[in-house]
Design a protein around this ligand. Structure first.
Ligand code: SAM
Length: 226
């Protein structure tokens, strides 16, 4: 049996927690030091891809769509978004932890097919919240998978993204009819109500962690700016 080896570690900006990149052959795992459960495993990415498919589907037919993805992780959401979007799309991917981008430029990047090399992609190093706090409508979709869901685990400041103020600010940077899609490990009725209160129409999707309808059930909200 191939043993796990520690390939990298990175301090999460603004906190004391560390992300650890583990590898066993061609399998990768990203963990937060001290937590039992994984943040991500390269063999389990069905719901991350569904986030992109569900979030990009309403954009069909829009010219030059611009999509913002919060959280690069292992790049599966990014790769699925690129597959769903036309050649004239632009995808900005915001990643808080610089080392995560470096890991994706190295061996980890092969897992999702090296989406960072697609010419439609630009990386915005830093907190995705910076891009959502103000400014004119400019994104046709915002796909958020920065944490465990509305209950933050990676970065306490992420709570703002899921708050009423964060949802309202995000609505302001979406173009009319634009989409906010949010991934979560668990359903959250109070979050659904908050999304409505922030002025969106919303659908809640139960999606499976693994491709082929297998694995744990995760939740994706698809909210639209009217
Ligand atoms: C669960 S992973 C995302 C997985 C990704 N959907 C995929 O397909 O691989 C969460 C990622 O979001 C990043 N992150 C956490 N908080 C963030 C923030 N506020 N802004 C940008 N990235 C953030 C983490 O460093 C991590 O890389």
């Amino acid at each position: 049996m191939i043993p796990w080896t520690l390939e990298g570690r990175a301090l999460i900006p603004g906190g004391r927690d560390e992300l650890l990149l583990w590898r066993r052959g061609d399998e990768f795992s990203i963990r937060i030091r001290g937590y039992v459960s994984e943040l991500m495993n390269s063999r389990v990415h069905g719901s991350e891809e569904q986030l992109a498919r569900l979030g990009c589907a309403p954009l069909q037919g829009r010219p030059n769509p611009h999509v913002l993805i919060g959280g690069l992780g292992m790049g599966y959401t990014l790769a699925a978004a690129l597959q769903a979007l036309p050649g004239d799309a632009r995808v900005t991917v915001a990643e808080l932890v610089p080392e995560v981008v470096e890991w994706n430029q190295g061996d980890l990047g092969a897992c999702a097919g090296r989406p960072l090399e697609d010419r439609r992609v630009e990386v915005a190093q830093g907190d995705v919240a910076r891009l959502l706090r103000s400014g004119p409508p400019r994104y046709d979709a915002v796909l958020l998978d920065v944490d465990n869901g509305p209950e933050s685990m990676t970065h306490k400041d992420n709570d703002w993204l899921y708050s009423l103020a964060g949802l309202q600010a995000t609505r302001q940077v979406l173009t009319p009819g634009g989409v906010l899609a949010v991934w979560s490990a668990a359903p959250d009725d109070r979050f659904t109500a908050r999304v409505r209160r922030a002025g969106y129409t919303v659908e809640v999707h139960a999606v499976r962690a693994r491709a082929g309808g297998k694995g744990a059930r995760h939740t994706v909200w698809v909210a639209r700016r009217p």
